[in-house]
Design a protein around this ligand. Structure first.
Ligand SMILES: Cc1ncc(COP(=O)(O)O)c(C=O)c1O
Length: 446
């Protein structure tokens, strides 16, 4: 297995002990990501500001994938040969590394194909329990007439549509916590929308549109008061800040490998052990069973109960390598660096006339991403002008149509940073943004 020995911060969790990456450390981080050195649109240096959609991958992740296929490739959890043992150890070692990054036990991490699949697993397990699967042990998950599922207006479609579908299948009612004009969740609505009818409270840790970070303890406290299960969408938090799921006290959480420097095709569903043990399976078949007769089947304990069929072993190993890489950098250092990028992005967007920010303008509890609308310019056109300058941003509704509607926009342009983003890149973005209105012959810009 390729060992991660990061040149600048290896040895201690926080490298030199400083919470912020030094210039040399940032240069060393960037050197780990070969793609960042390429040019686009002719000879323009790439400025990658689309990390919220998917992050770039450090060489150690690519090495781990390659090492798996070159040296260890075999089916896991079966076979009595050395390769099968090594493949299983790599797969389970990756589970331990991912669990360690998010403050979970290894038995509480289920491999999924992405975060979306994790949320669907919980939603379908609840409908299976409601249909009588899982027996007495699964009573906790059974929905009854009058029950409610609560989400927020800030959700990515991944944490909204599966709950709409669950409600359609079971007759439960969907309710939601609103956002204020700044895009922050309305904590005052927790007391009125979350009631003793609420069975599930599903909410994002950090919005992929506004960047607003949720006050998770307030949500968990209210859910506990009414006995509701909590499901945390940690897609945008795990890659960017320290996350300790045990300390947060959520029941379930999901996140994706590809957003946290890992490969596509793999993600994780966290569930508190006692809940995973009581939860009926969703996808059934090989690898998730104990005893199978022609009539019935008994299921393996979690996490394997939720991992039917051949798994995405190399991708899981790559996600494990990404977790170790982030851990080695130190999530406090990652968050401190990105807090600086947040301030620079906000300065860039709020200093250009005719640009409207969707989301809070203050950097507190906020991710390093800015979604914005340029007055008189379609978000796609703004993205195109930036792309011509080599600056890669996201355009569209970012899978959050209700939130855009609430904030008075149909779509937006989004610039999002990561641990490898530099102040110079954000300066280039600011420069490009200042040219957008001018390019379209609109006044007020150079
Ligand atoms: C906040 C949030 N939740 C969920 C998702 C879905 O992630 P995936 O497409 O990897 O399942 C995303 C991806 O954009 C996201 O940003």
């Amino acid at each position: 297995m390729t060992a991660i020995t990061h040149p600048s911060r290896a040895g201690t969790p926080d490298g030199d002990g400083s919470p912020v990456l030094t210039a040399a450390e940032l240069a060393a981080v960037r050197a780990d990501f070969p793609l960042l050195a390429r040019t686009v649109r002719g000879d323009r240096p790439l400025v990658y500001l689309d990390t919220a959609a998917t992050s770039q991958k450090p060489e150690v992740v690519l090495d781990a994938l390659q090492d798996f296929y070159l040296q260890r490739n075999a089916a896991v959890h079966r076979g009595a040969h050395q390769l099968a043992e090594e493949a299983t150890e790599a797969f389970e070692g990756a589970r331990r590394d991912v669990a360690a990054l998010v403050g979970a036990d290894e038995g509480e991490i289920v491999w999924t194909t992405n975060a979306t699949a994790g949320i669907n697993t919980v939603a379908y397990a609840i409908s299976n329990a409601t249909a009588g699967r899982g027996g007495e042990a699964a009573r906790r998950f059974v929905l009854r007439e009058g029950d409610e599922i609560v989400v927020t207006e800030s959700e990515h479609h991944a944490n909204l549509v599966p709950w709409q579908e669950l409600c359609a299948r079971t007759g439960a009612r969907l309710r939601w916590i609103g956002v204020d004009d700044d895009g922050r969740l309305r904590l005052d609505e927790l007391a009125t929308v979350v009631t003793d009818r609420t069975r599930v409270l599903a909410f994002t840790h950090a919005s992929n549109v506004t960047g607003a970070v949720t006050d998770v303890p307030a949500f968990v406290a209210r859910a506990r008061e009414v006995g509701a299960l909590t499901v945390l969408d940690a897609c945008q938090s795990v890659p960017h800040m320290p996350v300790d799921l045990h300390a947060l006290g959520v029941d379930f959480a999901v996140f994706s490998g590809h957003k946290m420097l890992g490969p596509t095709g793999v993600g994780a569903l966290y569930g508190r052990r006692e809940l995973l043990e009581a939860m009926p399976p969703v996808t059934t078949g090989g690898s998730m069973v104990e005893v199978v007769t022609m009539e019935t089947t008994t299921y393996a304990p979690p996490p394997l109960r939720f991992e039917a069929g051949s798994q995405m072993v190399a991708q899981a190993v790559g996600m494990g390598a990404a977790a170790r890489y982030l851990d080695e950098l130190g999530m406090a250092a990652v968050a401190a660096h990105e807090a600086e990028m947040t301030r620079l992005l906000l300065d860039a967007v709020t200093s250009v006339p005719g640009v409207r920010l969707l989301g809070p303008a203050d950097a507190r509890d906020r991710l390093a991403l800015v979604s914005f609308v340029v007055d008189g310019v379609h978000p796609h056109d703004a993205g195109q002008v930036l792309d011509d300058a080599g600056i890669a941003v996201r355009v569209g509704h970012h899978c959050a149509q209700p939130l855009h509607r609430r904030l008075g926009a149909q779509s937006s342009t989004r610039a999002s940073a990561g641990v490898y983003t530099t102040a110079e890149e954000i300066a280039a973005f600011a420069d490009g943004l200042a040219r957008v209105r001018h390019f379209f012959g609109l006044e007020g810009a150079r």
